[in-house]
Design a protein around this ligand. Structure first.
Ligand SMILES: O=C(O)CCC(=O)C(=O)O
Length: 242
């Protein structure tokens, strides 16, 4: 299902997948401050940037309340990925508006994708204690396509709780292994790897071609996040996980 409705209301209608956004509506629908030139340059050069504490404490609290509600209501929430809690939020849920309509993210999407692109639903993920490590992967299928992934930190992301691991520059260079082949040492740092730490409310902006992996949550607490994908054409019903 494709929609061209950037400001849906909460109506209980079908889930919105692949909402089309045009550049001339970004100013109107955008929430918060614009992206800076330095943030967009980091995205170009390294393939990612962490913007610390972009959300207020109140926004993080509301998002976590919604996170817990959706996970509790979804009987499949623990079956999508072993050792994680996962669920999806709808774009017409007002609480999630800040995740997919934040101006920093929309500016990054325009920067990478041009004048028209789509945004997907809001994915929620929380690796349980002792779980969460993934293989490095990009956020596209077998064929590399441009995109932006926005990860919102709903808890502080630390090296101990499995903050996202990224391989800077691999959005351009690729990696010497194929994306679906398990690599040795997934839990050990790989040369050149960066760990995208930040306080709750931070944003990790990634070029979707960047190789990255969720880390293992070695603490007893949660490591909740909400992420949103922007591409020219988001396949309906797509499930992305390593
Ligand atoms: O949660 C993370 O740090 C990364 C998650 C991810 O890349 C995925 O589930 O595909």
């Amino acid at each position: 299902m494709k929609r061209t409705a950037a400001l849906p209301s909460r109506t209980g209608q079908d889930a919105l997948v692949g909402i089309t956004i045009r550049v001339d509506r970004v100013e109107e629908i955008g929430l918060g401050r614009p992206a800076t030139a330095d943030e967009l340059a980091a995205l170009d050069v390294r393939g990612f940037v962490v913007v610390p504490a972009l959300l207020s404490d109140a926004e993080v609290t509301s998002l976590n309340t919604e996170f817990e509600r959706l996970v509790a209501e979804d009987p499949e929430s623990r079956r999508h990925e072993l050792g994680t809690r996962r669920a999806k939020g709808d774009n017409d849920n007002d609480v999630f508006a800040v995740c997919w309509r934040h101006r920093v993210v929309l500016d990054a999407a325009v920067h990478t994708l041009g004048s028209t692109f789509e945004v997907g639903r809001v994915d929620l993920r929380d690796p349980s204690p002792g779980h969460g490590e993934q293989r490095h992967h990009p956020d596209h299928g077998p064929t590399a396509v441009p995109g932006i992934t926005a990860t919102w930190y709903l808890d502080a992301f630390t090296a101990a709780n499995g903050a996202t691991r990224v391989l800077p520059g691999t959005h351009v260079s690729g990696v010497p292994w194929a994306s679906e082949i398990p690599i040795p040492g997934t839990e050990a740092p790989i040369a050149g790897e960066a760990i995208a730490v930040g306080p709750a409310g931070s944003l990790l902006l990634r070029d979707a071609r960047l190789f990255h992996a969720g880390g293992r949550n070695s603490t007893g607490g949660s490591r909740r996040s909400a992420f949103v994908f922007y591409q020219h054409d988001i396949p309906d019903g797509v499930t992305r996980s390593a």
